[in-house]
Design a protein around this ligand. Sequence first.
Ligand code: AP5
Length: 223
Amino acid sequence: MNIILLGPPGSGKGTQAKRIEQRHGIVQLSTGDMLRATAASGTEFGTRVKAIMDSGQLVPDDTIIEMINDRIAQPDCRRGFILDGFPRTVPQAEALDAMLARHGLKLDHVILLDVDAATLVDRLSGRFTCNRCGASYHERYNQPRREGICDVCGSPEFVRRADDRPEAVTARFEVYRRQTEPILPYYTERGILRRVDGVADIDAVTAEIESVLSSASSSGGPV
Ligand code: AP5
């Protein structure tokens, strides 16, 4: 099963992708996590990537497309994958179609997490993430089960993301509106996009996603 999770910054893509990964045994492919690893590498390229991310802008399409193309060819993607944070522009959506066709794969579901702006700001301002695996938590809505220990990987180290500062959050919302929202019609026109109420609590969102996933594949054939 191959899935795209779409939604604005803070809509819960990462939180839900980790749950789908655990429940269905398919791999989460988070371009944000991959880029944060690159940014932390200390290379000149990593430093450039970090500056782009911290400002809330998008990394160039070519870089991202090459990264995902390499990643979906890996053996752990054979059972399926959840794209979290990709595609984010129309050229990325078009490139995804081409790469799926090359690999003989199809999209089964494209799910949009619908969340209003005030809720997004509240979520991003209270978020902290695991420094090792990137799992997202929230000061009020989503604390680790054992205080100070990541539920997913057991790490005791948490960080706040530089792009969750208010100036960067404003830029990320604007970038989402200008560059990512235009891909919604791309999937709506093909009848594959399903909207899920992302404002509900985390378990309720998971339940709604599960109901979409258990429905027949939305696309019905190769893209
Ligand atoms: P990325 O890491 O993908 O960031 P994003 O899309 O802005 O999304 P977030 O990770 O901020 O939020 P999320 O939707 O995963 O929400 P989460 O589950 O954490 O990208 C970062 C940057 O990398 C980009 O700005 C760009 O520079 C670059 N980049 C990445 N992909 C790219 C691409 N394809 N092309 C070009 N550049 C790219 O939840 C948020 C908070 O809310 C958490 O605290 C969580 O615990 C809480 N929460 C979640 N769900 C709920 C709920 N239902 N109720 C209450 N709280 C909730």
